[in-house]
Design a protein around this ligand. Structure first.
Ligand code: GLN
Length: 186
C-alpha cells in the first residue's frame, strides 16, 4: 500500500520467484511469504487498520515468512516506543528515525555473514538507509544478522521473520531477496 513495493517485486522476480501485491486480506491467500516495504510506518499501520489487514497479517506472520524493510521492520516490532498500530510479532524494540535530521539518509557497507554463499566468501552488503530505524534491543529468540560499525543492530531474524533497517530492494544486490525467498520456499 506504500513504499518501494515495485522494486521488491522486481527483485523477487530476479531471484526466480513470483510476486503479487497485497492490499486486502484476500490477497494473502496462497502466498508463501510476504515483504512489508518501507514507507511511513504510522501511515502503513493506519491503512492496515482501515483495510482490515492487521489481524490477517498477524495470522500470516504466525505461519509464513515475513520480511519487513525499514518501516516494514517497525510494523513487525513489538515496541516502537510510541503508540501506533504494529503487528507486534517480532521480539525487537526499534527507535524510529534514529539517525537524526542531518544524516537522514546514508549508505554503508555491512558484514552480513548469513548471506555467505556455501563456498564461504561473503562480500559486504551495500546498505541504503533512508530515515531509518535502529533495532535497539532484541529478545532471546532473535538472531542479530548485521550491525553498523558502531555496533547498533540493523538486521535481525526471529525464525521465519526478518527485519532490516535498510532497503536491499534499492540496490542491485539480490542476496537478501534470495535469502528470504529461500525461507519462503522452505
Ligand atoms: N521513517 C520511517 C518510519 O519511521 C521509515 C522510513 C523508511 O521506511 N524508509 O516509519
Amino acid at each position: 500500500m506504500q513504499g518501494a513495493f515495485a522494486e521488491h517485486a522486481a527483485a523477487v522476480r530476479r531471484v526466480g520467484a513470483e510476486a503479487a501485491e497485497v492490499r486486502l486480506p484476500r490477497d494473502l491467500e496462497g502466498l508463501a511469504g510476504l515483504i512489508i516495504p518501507g514507507g511511513e510506518s504510522t501511515t502503513i499501520g493506519k491503512l492496515a487498520v482501515t483495510f482490515g489487514l492487521l489481524e490477517p497479517l498477524r495470522e500470516f506472520a504466525g505461519r509464513r515468512p515475513v520480511w519487513g524493510t525499514c518501516a516494514g521492520a517497525i510494523l513487525l516490532s513489538k515496541d516502537a516506543r510510541r503508540s501506533q498500530p504494529l503487528l507486534g510479532v517480532m521480539d525487537i524494540r526499534v527507535a524510529r528515525n534514529a539517525f537524526g535530521r542531518q544524516v537522514d539518509s546514508f549508505e554503508v557497507d555491512l558484514e552480513v555473514p548469513v548471506l555467505a554463499a556455501e563456498a564461504g566468501a561473503c562480500p559486504p552488503f551495500h546498505a541504503v538507509f533512508i530515515r531509518a530505524p535502529v533495532i535497539e534491543s532484541v529478545g532471546p529468540a532473535v538472531d542479530v544478522l548485521a550491525r553498523l560499525p558502531d555496533g547498533r543492530i540493523v538486521a535481525a531474524q526471529q525464525g521465519r521473520l526478518l527485519a532490516t533497517s535498510f532497503h536491499p530492494e534499492l540496490t542491485r544486490d539480490d542476496r537478501f531477496h534470495r535469502y528470504f525467498v529461500g525461507l519462503a520456499a522452505a
